[in-house]
Ligand binder design. Structure first.
Ligand code: RTP
Ligand code: MG
Length: 139
């Protein structure tokens, strides 16, 4: 995957609250092109693997419960400087610390249920995109 791509998930709370349209509009308005997208649901095994970097953290069990409790929107996004610019657009992990106008400030409830995921490096963007999509689902 090219380094101008990032991977995102609109997490189960965003889908439950009907925020898919509003968040995608903000993503489009911020200059990202959707390269791949689907509504899907992670299994426990999927979520444990996806967030394996956090497996020793005290919140890991809650995180896996949260991420598997309902459907998510998974997407690959393209833009110059995609990873960093998308992290700026979503805001801090804890919405209480997120800048005004960011997706987490607008749509997240708490540090645990924070509306969206954004890859933290080009390497992880490629790994995470490939976790959810085959080559023929990327455009
Ligand atoms: P993400 O990977 O989902 O984009 O979030 P992030 O980089 O901003 O935050 P990270 O440190 O990677 O944490 C992954 C997700 O775990 C949940 N979390 N809960 N209860 C807590 O203290 C806590 N801390 C993190 C959040 O859902 C966070 O996005
Ligand atoms: Mg992270």
């Amino acid at each position: 995957m090219a380094t101008n791509r990032t991977f995102t998930m609109l997490k189960p709370d965003s889908v439950e609250k009907g925020y898919i349209g509003a968040i995608l509009e903000k993503i489009n308005a911020s200059g990202f092109r959707i390269v791949a997208m689907k509504l899907t649901q992670m299994t426990t095994t999927d979520a444990q693997a996806f967030y394996a970097v956090h497996k020793e953290r005290p919140f890991f069990g809650e995180l896996v419960e949260y991420m598997t409790r309902g459907p998510i929107v998974a997407a690959i996004l393209e833009k110059d400087n995609a990873v960093e610019d998308f992290r700026t657009l979503i805001g801090a992990t804890n919405p209480a610390d997120a800048a005004e106008g960011t997706i987490r400030k607008l749509y997240a409830a708490s540090i645990g249920e924070n509306a969206v995921h954004g890859s933290d490096s080009d390497e992880n963007a490629a790994i995470e995109g490939a976790f959810h999509f085959s080559g023929r689902e990327m455009f």
